[in-house]
Design a protein around this ligand. Structure first.
Ligand code: SF4
Length: 185
């Protein structure tokens, strides 16, 4: 009896250990698929370029095949015609996967484009993990969104506390909205 209990405890600890390693690997190796359809796409290009350097977060290996990507970054206006394609690309991504809605157009259709042809938010067709507010948001805000997802994987709350102290994060259930983003020099 005692022996089997010891074995069970050891097996549990080993499982926890493996889980920790897998989470650590996922945390530092997001492979993003960018859906850059408008001006926010240019901000995304800045994020993966040398000045902002998303590789410091292990998230610079941009993939244009959904089968090789685990993080979808939607940056720009999505029209109703594109909605079905976006959904199909998201479905082709393997689990686990995450979605960042970058900018007002992706998140809400943006007031200036309130028209019959523009989708009023990508969450009408795919689940979104983090919304980044702004038109366009600063590249730093996207880095904060990536950090936020990383912390979701290892259970830490440092970036959450920082954004909360600055009044730049809003949470409603599983939805998270990040506001602004400071300029880094
Ligand atoms: S949110 Fe603003 S900057 Fe971004 S794609 Fe829309 S109009 Fe362009």
């Amino acid at each position: 009896m005692l022996e089997s209990e010891i074995l069970t405890t050891r097996a549990d600890k080993f499982k926890e250990f493996i889980k920790g390693i897998v989470s650590w690997g996922r945390k530092w190796s997001f492979w993003p698929i960018p859906i850059g359809t408008a001006c926010c796409g240019i901000e995304y290009m800045a994020v993966v370029s040398s000045h902002f350097d998303a590789s410091r977060w292990g998230a610079e290996v941009v993939r244009f095949s959904p089968r090789q990507a685990d993080l979808m970054v939607v940056a720009g206006t999505i029209t109703r015609k594109m909605a079905g394609v976006l959904r199909r690309v998201w479905e082709q991504m393997a689990e686990p996967k995450w979605v960042i809605s970058f900018g007002s157009c992706a998140s809400s259709g943006n007031g200036i484009y309130q028209t019959y042809s523009v989708l009023e938010g990508i969450d009408k067709i795919i689940p979104v993990d983090v919304y980044v507010a702004g038109c366009p948001p600063r590249p730093e805000a996207l880095l904060e969104a990536i950090e936020f997802l990383q912390e979701k994987l290892d259970g830490k709350k440092e970036i959450f506390k920082k954004l909360e102290s600055e009044g730049r994060i809003i949470q409603a259930g599983r939805k998270t909205l990040i506001l602004g983003g400071h300029e880094i020099r």
